[in-house]
Design a protein around this ligand. Structure first.
Ligand code: S3P
Length: 424
């Protein structure tokens, strides 16, 4: 089986190619709603964005700081990544734009991204209560570079500042106490920007971008999304008798915390044919059912598996013993409060689960009763995790809404059926 293209890279491919001068072709683009909304935003900002075939897109960019003022609000639907990255890209342009989203996105914090961008010269003209959407941003006419230390381990914050820094003279620096996914840095280089990355301490990084480059078009191939691969992968581990191969899963080391954790739990995940695709390592992964045991997941691993805790919690429910996942504060500000929602998802299906501070603790005993109705809270990953759990639970698992799966994983339901799932 092959899962769709990586969501993080797909957003960045559209945004950065729109900031080049000339034509870029993208293959393997994720055609989920989140990414489509980013493509629409790029069009509204003056770039030409065209679909030329399944996963194949052509973008004609307007250059760094070349965005035109959009005639209406930019609606990012469910996507925090699309919204925050484009806020950064707009912050370096002398235009005013309004950012909108659905009820889930309107509940998520935006002040954290506005703070550094205001230091760079952008101005929030209006923001909804609590620093949320809708917001109107006036980009900086003469953006200034900053040295920024994000208050949370967030690739979105880092990327927003780097994208704004493209339009600033001199060096924009982001110092991360804990390294987060580095797709922006890698793709900036791919399009010709001068980006330096140095290690800081045991887990941190210092990223330095030289501003005002002329970004040049360069073909992009988007490898498959490890966060999407996580669902069929865990399905294979919890359904007795499974033996599946996932084709070309991206193995960027800042995205593979889940695979390391599952291996510690006793999972058999075999790497076949490691190779390069779109500037990243990929491999086919062969997954076979195996009994797993509970483990402790250290907090410093969180950035490399931040989107995977829901489905890890499902694996932990089928394992023997206790799994303690530490340091999950950031999960509270995702598409939903994922800490609470994951605990509820398991609890209504008979799993013994606790939240202690920012830790999630799952007491597994090798089986899940099921039979519960899971509230998905407009969150694609809760819906998919719950359905994967239903593949191996004693009674069926129901979810209240599958619509949001389209944001990141078109074809998920068909893939579940292909794996033998009985979905109705
Ligand atoms: C993403 C960063 C992460 C992640 C999200 C995608 C990105 O968010 O949860 O799904 O593409 O930069 P944070 O940066 O808020 O941790």
């Amino acid at each position: 089986m092959r899962v769709p293209g990586d969501k993080s890279m797909s957003h960045r491919a559209l945004i950065l190619s729109a900031m080049t001068v000339g034509e870029t072709t993208i293959t393997g683009l994720l055609e989920g709603e989140d990414v489509i909304n980013t493509g629409k935003a790029m069009r509204a900002l003056g770039a030409s964005v065209e679909r030329v075939g399944p996963g194949n897109w052509r973008v004609n960019g307007v250059g760094v700081a070349g965005f035109a003022e959009p005639s209406g609000p930019l609606d990012f639907g469910n996507s925090g990544t699309g919204c925050r990255l484009v806020i950064g890209a707009v912050a370096g342009c002398p235009i005013t734009a309004t950012f909108e989203g659905d009820a889930s996105l309107r509940s998520r914090p935006m002040k954290r991204v506005l703070d550094p961008l205001e230091r760079m010269g952008a101005r929030a003209l209006s923001v909804a209560d609590g620093g949320r959407l809708p917001l109107t941003l006036q980009g900086a006419r003469d953006p200034v570079p900053i040295v920024y230390e994000p208050p949370a381990a967030s690739a979105q914050l880092k990327s927003a500042v780097l994208l704004a820094g493209l339009a600033a003279p001199g060096e924009t620096v982001v110092i991360e106490a804990q390294a987060t996914r580095d797709h922006t840095e890698r793709m900036l280089r791919h399009f010709g920007a001068d980006v330096r990355v140095e290690n800081v301490g045991a887990h941190g990084r210092r990223v330095t971008l030289r501003g005002q480059p002329e970004l040049t078009p360069a073909a992009v191939t988007v490898p498959t999304d490890p966060s999407s691969a996580a669902f069929p992968l865990v399905a294979g581990l919890i359904v007795p008798g499974s033996d599946i191969v996932l084709d070309g899963v991206m193995l960027n080391p800042l995205r593979t915390g889940l695979f390391a954790t599952l291996r510690e739990m006793g999972a058999t995940i075999e790497e076949l044919d490691r190779r390069a695709e779109g500037g990243e390592d990929v491999a086919d992964l062969r997954i076979r059912f195996a009994p797993m045991r509970g483990v402790e997941v250290p907090p410093e691993r969180a950035p490399s598996m931040i989107d995977e805790y829901l489905v890890l919690a499902v694996a932990a429910a089928f394992a023997e013993g206790t799994t303690r996942m530490r340091g999950l504060k950031e999960l509270r500000v995702k598409e939903s409060d994922r800490l609470a929602a994951t605990a509820d998802m398991l609890r209504v299906n008979g799993v013994n689960v606790e939240i202690e501070g920012d830790d999630l603790i799952v007491h597994g005993n090798g089986r899940v009763g099921g039979g519960g109705l899971v509230a998905t809270h407009m969150d694609h990953r809760i819906a998919m995790s719950a359905l994967v759990m239903g593949l191996a639970s004693e009674k069926p698992v129901r979810v209240d809404d599958t619509a949001f799966i389209q944001t990141s994983f078109p074809g998920f339901i068909e893939m579940m059926r292909a794996m033998g799932g009985d979905l109705s």
